[in-house]
Design a protein around this ligand. Structure first.
Ligand code: ZN
Length: 99
């Protein structure tokens, strides 16, 4: 998994820079060009929390889970999802619709 690059100057965004995009749009800190999230990157990033939800549901169905374990799994999934989002991103020069 790699962090996204600028489509123009190939600058590799830091995790914080990539995470801080707004509505799929950000600006390269080196060359100032506008970056848009690729359509495939949007789809990929939507699957990250979905995997966590499926794992939690599987955990609940496999074993009896105490309330504390359940909430630890929920919070852990949320934290892992937040951490993984920027690694799913790829930027392009043109705005692409989700569909
Ligand atoms: Zn750039």
């Amino acid at each position: 998994m790699k962090l996204p690059r600028c489509w123009k100057c190939a600058h590799i965004f830091s995790w914080k820079q990539a995470f801080r995009h707004r509505d799929g749009e950000t600006t390269c800190p080196v060359c100032g060009s506008v970056q848009y999230l690729q359509q495939t990157a949007r789809w990929r990033s939507n699957f990250v929390p979905l995997i966590g939800v499926v794992l939690i549901l599987a955990l609940i169905n496999i074993e009896e889970v105490s309330g504390l374990s359940y909430w630890l799994a929920v919070v852990g999934t949320f934290a892992v999802s937040l951490f993984a989002y920027p690694f799913c991103y790829r930027f392009t020069e043109q705005k692409e619709d989700l569909f």
